[in-house]
Ligand binder design. Sequence first.
Ligand code: TLP
Length: 344
Amino acid sequence: MTISNGGSVDLRSDTLTRPTAAMRRAMAEALVGDDVYREDPTVNALEERVAELFGHEAALFVPSGTMGNQIGLRLVCEPGQEVLGDADAHVLTYEMGAAAALFGLSSRTVVSEGGRLSADQLIAQVRPHGDWHLTATAAIAVENTHNRGGGLVQPLAELERLFEWSRTAGVNVHLDGARVFNASVASGVPLSTYGRLADTASVCLSKGLGAPVGSVLVAGAERIAAARLWRKRLGGGMRQVGVLAAAAAYALGHHLDRLAEDHEHARLLAERLGVDPATVETNMVVVDDVPAPAVAEAARAQGVLVGQVSARRVRLVTHLDVDRAGVEHAAKVLTQVIGDLAGR
Ligand code: TLP
């Protein structure tokens, strides 16, 4: 059984993966230069590769998904304009009000069914430009897979309909693609398709793909030139960062197809825990109606770490550092812990 952090099976998040030995070798051997001067060949190569994968002109390596998202939003939204998104969207829920705090962007939300995108629901809420009362909707943020939606893959037809509509409406679409690689592996929809359905997209190498750090923002060349300035302003101009880009490139080259294994592990966990398998589309399992803090504490005592989303919900995320034996062990511990707590 592969053990992750501190000898436990750590299902709190796929952000917890540690670089493998082979990834560390790639990092050690990376050619580097000062990336603020754009002289780091490993970063330049990574940016070109990710831009191409998503069918965009250019890309920018950034330290985190949060920075990728927030710069992405700033590129498509001016201060005083609004971003429209799902009420559970990571960009509006977990990024500490960054769009407002840093950029003066307003936001508005729709409550969707478990994070599932409905183009019509969003379109109905868009407010026009040029009205002297209204806050103009400049951008719509979509998330694929959807984190608080338990890793659900957004329906392609809805993404297509929204993007098509946005072309005539003068509204931009930003994709929070922290786990778009999981979406693509699960749905078979190419990354380039997801890419072409967004004006700006932030994709993470440090989630399921297993790089220790790093996300990439993709967009048109002009927008990425502006993004480079924003990144520097925010203190995200990194120097010999090819050591991290090498990990990201390694992850892309070696850990993409294996995401299917994480998805299978998530289904297995769900099955063992009596969670409806239809709710498991990628690498997350949401267990509802359990006393989350007590479950987390009792499971931790037996070496299984789970995420607490709310008082009655825990989240299990499968990833590179949890193998089949780890999943089996976690299923056994959690079945017992949840059963014991229910019996009390
Ligand atoms: N999500 C983290 C926590 O912030 C909740 C996790 O453990 O799932 N977009 C999405 C959809 C995300 O899930 C995350 C991370 C981010 C953006 C932010 O990425 P980082 O942590 O690199 O800033």
